[in-house]
Design a protein around this ligand. Structure first.
Ligand code: FMN
Length: 213
């Protein structure tokens, strides 16, 4: 697996490459090279094979704080906390494609993902309080798309309900059309997903499909 000990794991040029497309991936699990990270890397590899610039950010390596509910963003549309989350949001706002991978923890989306999503309150404020689009260019905004990937250790009914709901909200806040959600139950130990060829192939195919819109 190509995950390195940096928050930004792909050392792309930081701009869109020759294909003109940029995909940002968010690895939300604190488990390095865990199941959701493996699936995200699979997706990124498929996109790179189509000349899409990929940048993967691992939330556990990014110093960022939870939302303090200070309501600072209500009047500006911008979070008052200037930390590691902000540059990642900037890249997501520039991305044609976005892939979020986050496991189920305690029947919900993992804490790092939830913390990052709560900080997106600034985009909710921009949109719904200040009437400002999060992504200004209409054509670009309409073209943005992505997928959500999750794994859970159990196969309990409804185990993905919380994460799916929260991820759907997040994609909407960021003006990203959710092209698909890929949730794999019964995947617990680190690397278990590697023995699920169907899942690996499904993520590869879903990522390639993203490129054409
Ligand atoms: C703190 C914690 C809480 C968890 N809670 C649940 C849970 O409520 N339901 C479940 O099915 N699996 C739960 N799991 C198992 C993970 O969802 C599973 O191991 C998953 O494959 C982890 O993905 P990762 O390797 O990408 O981190 C939990 C794991 C941890 C570490």
């Amino acid at each position: 697996m190509g995950f390195r000990r940096k928050s930004r794991m792909d050392s792309g040029r930081g701009e869109k490459n020759m294909s003109g497309k940029l995909c940002v991936g968010l690895a939300c699990s604190p488990r390095r090279e865990g199941n959701t990270a493996i699936l995200l890397e699979r997706a990124a590899a498929a996109l790179r094979s189509r000349n899409v610039e990929t940048e993967i950010y691992r939330l556990a390596d990014i110093g960022f704080s939870p939302c303090m509910a200070c309501e600072g963003c209500s009047s500006t549309g911008k979070c008052v906390i200037d930390d590691g989350a902000m540059p990642v949001y900037d890249r997501i706002l520039k991305a044609d494609m976005f892939i979020m991978s986050a496991p189920v923890f305690s029947m919900g989306i993992c804490a790092h993902a939830k913390m990052f999503i709560d900080r997106a309150q600034q985009f909710w404020a921009a949109k719904y309080l200040l009437g400002r689009p999060v992504v200004e260019d209409d054509h670009f905004r309409r073209s943005r798309r992505g997928i959500f990937i999750s794994c859970a250790g159990t196969k309990i009914d409804g185990v993905f309900e919380g994460p799916v709901k929260v991820a759907g909200y997040f994609f909407k806040m960021l003006d990203i059309r959710l092209a698909g959600m890929y949730c794999y139950p019964g995947v617990d130990s680190k690397g278990d997903i590697l023995s699920d060829k169907a899942a690996l192939d499904e993520i590869r195919d879903a990522s390639i499909k993203l490129v054409s819109g």
